[in-house]
Design a protein around this ligand. Structure first.
Ligand code: IVH
Length: 671
């Protein structure tokens, strides 16, 4: 290949890789396999090595090139990055709406979008190439974090100019976030390394963005959404909706939940809808942002020294509050790990009353120096258990002595052992607390889903000797239950019925979750069920066969094999199989959506988003958050978002919720 050909091929590879990065990281809809992608990437690396003069800053290989800095340069923003006036009260929102309607002329429409809980950034592009990125700082001047932002795969290094011409200068504002799942994994990794975990995804995003060494930032799973223009030379737009469309055309990730509305009632409804979805979203949001759609109207309204008058944040109730620790208890879970739990004076967090929060392990308690009687800040993030963030200092107050882990298991009295920062009861199957934990786990939503069998009941059943091993659960009689405290004839009967119902025709993956195999969560259980089809096949699988399942690594394969190899587990399993009927995974309806991508938009009436996702996945399909040519169906609920338009544009089949359910039934699905 001569130099000219090399140059030509380099350019082609840039375009192709950029396109596939976009499909993968922005649209969540890849079109080629990882292997095919790697091949393109390696070819480019190879060419660049042979022709170093062809390496340009916007090359896909140049995301992690920057050297570590001593300190961040200070960067003046293209335009001030203001913050938003905000409130949690509908009355305040209505006042904002009235003010806007009074001041603005003509019809009013607004664009509503989730208020993402991350770190605000400015990205500047010259001639379509990313040249500068900075944190918000004080709103006028921020810190230059260009090299770090370059490592975020969702951030385009060069803009797309196919659909719409790119202005010579473009400055945009967006939010760098960390998805909840990625955040939890990162924290696990940090804890394993004996380092301090981040308190929440926002801190993790901001902290990762402010690393002086871009190599470190590159290892942090950051993501980005762009939502506003700060400056654009040569692009004229009239509405915020058009801005979002343009940003998307240029290749920026734009949040798919944004919607155009025309009344304050619709805003309140949108807020309620997102609040309900909050725990199911893959990232943290803390409210909704409302922006006047007409850009001329917005300009006319102007701004105070801090806030634009044509935009507002309608927030959710906070999930962080201060309360007092009444006591610290040591609680034994189903795996035997002993967790220090802060018993709290009850406090409302985002609409839920919280009276206990996890303190993780003894090293965490020591590091945060939390003692009984202290005032603490507690937080609930995503769907996870509430946690104690920090102690609130109270100078002059006499504090109680430090917490110490008990030497013996609070449940069975066995001497506890230490494993790294964790404390463990080694008494396994004999420890009542571990058995109660296993019962509770078996009854959980992702396992057998037995209503009325929560923590308290599980403990009671064990304490009263009604359940000595997991399978005893299926021998319970209403007569025996009625004798227990807190049970009446009716509740006893319905628990026994519930257990019987849950134990018949159980989907294999639910049964696997119920067993509580170490390392096997919902997703892995589904993969295992689909791969092996029956419990018998899985039970006899070798580590090699297990590793053939996508998503199962050597460590997990060993754990699974170990679980089924253990004599005690085998005995329990045998008894369980006498009582529970497990459905084979390859039923008639099992795979009617195999390989199909489904997108939901708008609010559903027959099921929650979570149920819809579970349904699709149980039939072998996948739920995706954006529409592409690959999408099989777009299912439209009430007040659909832009995905509906995308579907029309791309000619993807659009179904109402009822049509979708009918379609599944007509193909043999039962629900
Ligand atoms: S618009 C002038 N839209 O919320 C308009 N902000 O004070 C400026 N935020 O720190 C902001 N999601 O970082 C806007 N969809 C969204 C947002 C958003 C999150 C953050 C922003 C700012 C704070 C508002």
């Amino acid at each position: 290949m001569n130099r000219k050909q090399a140059e030509q091929r380099t350019r082609e590879l840039h375009t192709q890789i950029r396109h596939h990065d976009y499909l993968y990281y922005v649209k969540d809809a890849p079109e080629i396999s990882d292997e095919a992608y790697d091949e393109l990437y390696r070819e480019l690396e190879d060419l660049e090595q042979r022709h170093p003069e062809l390496v340009t800053p916007d090359s896909p290989t140049q995301r992690v090139g920057g050297r570590a800095l001593d300190k961040f340069p200070s960067v003046r923003h293209t335009a001030p990055m203001l913050s938003l006036d905000s409130s949690q009260e509908v009355a305040q929102l209505e006042r904002f709406d009235e003010r806007v309607r009074k001041a603005a002329e003509g019809e009013i429409a607004s664009v509503v979008a989730p208020k993402l809980d991350g770190a605000s950034v400015e990205l500047v592009y010259e001639e379509g190439v990313l040249v500068r990125a900075s944190t918000r700082g004080d709103g006028r001047t921020g810190e230059g974090i260009t090299e770090n932002v370059r490592t975020i795969r969702a951030a385009p290094l060069r803009l797309h100019d196919g659909k719409r011409s790119v202005p010579g200068l473009l400055a945009v504002r967006g939010e760098v976030i960390m998805r909840v799942a990625a955040f939890e994994q990162l924290n696990e990794r940090l804890l394993e390394q004996g380092r301090e975990p981040f308190a929440n995804p926002r801190n993790a995003a901001a902290g990762s963005l402010r690393q002086l060494d871009p190599q470190i930032t590159a290892q942090r799973p950051l993501d980005l959404y762009v939502y506003d223009l700060l400056a654009s030379e040569g692009a004229s737009m009239e509405t915020q909706w058009e801005v979002l469309t343009a940003l998307s055309d240029w290749g920026f990730p734009v949040n798919e939940l944004a919607r155009r509305v025309s009344s304050v009632d619709e805003i309140v409804e949108y807020h309620a809808e997102l609040h309900e979805q909050r725990d199911d979203l893959p990232y943290e949001i803390d409210g909704v942002v409302i922006k006047l759609d007409g850009l001329a109207q917005r300009d006319e309204l102007g701004e105070t020294s801090h806030h634009p008058r044509g935009a507002y944040a309608f927030k959710f109730p906070p999930r962080k509050e201060v309360t007092r620790v009444l006591a610290i208890a040591a609680s034994v879970g189903r795996t035997g790990a002993v967790t220090p739990i802060a018993m709290l004076r009850p406090v409302e967090l985002g609409g839920v009353t919280v009276s206990r929060a996890s303190l993780h392990n003894r090293e965490e308690v020591a590091r945060k120096d939390i003692r009984a009687g202290d005032r603490v800040r507690v937080q609930r993030a995503g769907d996870v258990i509430p946690q104690v963030l920090e102690r609130v200092d109270e100078p002059g107050r006499k504090r109680k002595p430090r917490f110490r882990m008990p030497a013996k298991c609070p449940s069975c009295g066995t001497a506890l052992i230490e494993r790294g920062p964790f404390t463990v009861c080694p008494n396994g199957f004999e420890c009542p607390a571990q058995l109660a934990g296993r019962i509770q786990h078996l009854a959980g939503r992702d396992a057998l889903d037995i209503e009325g069998l929560g923590e308290e009941t599980a403990r009671l059943l064990v304490a009263e000797g009604l359940v000595k091993q997991l399978p005893d659960l299926f021998d319970l009689s209403a007569e025996r239950l009625v004798e227990l405290e807190g049970f009446a004839e009716k509740s006893a009967g319905s628990l026994v019925d519930g257990i019987a119902r849950a134990g018949s025709d159980v989907e294999l993956h639910r049964f696997l979750v119920a067993l509580g195999i170490p390392e096997v969560g919902v997703a892995v259980a589904r993969d295992l069920a689909r791969h092996f089809g029956s419990l018998g096949a899985l039970r006899e699988a070798s580590t090699e066969q297990l590793e053939a399942v996508p998503g199962v690594g050597p460590k997990m394969a060993e754990q699974i094999e170990g679980f089924f190899g253990d004599a005690h587990n085998r005995a329990i399993l045998e008894r369980l199989e006498d009582k529970v009927t497990v459905a084979e995974a390859e039923g008639a309806a099992a795979d009617i959506l195999a390989g199909l991508k489904i997108v939901f938009t708008g609010s559903l009436e027959r099921m929650t988003r979570r149920d819809a996702k579970q349904l699709v996945e149980s039939l072998g399909g996948r739920v995706s958050s954006s529409v592409s040519k690959e999408t099989a169906y777009v299912v439209v609920g009430a007040s659909p978002g832009s995905k509906h338009d995308d579907a029309q544009r791309l000619g993807v089949t659009i179904l109402t919720e009822d049509e979708f359910l009918d379609l599944l039934r007509s193909r043999g699905a039962e629900f």
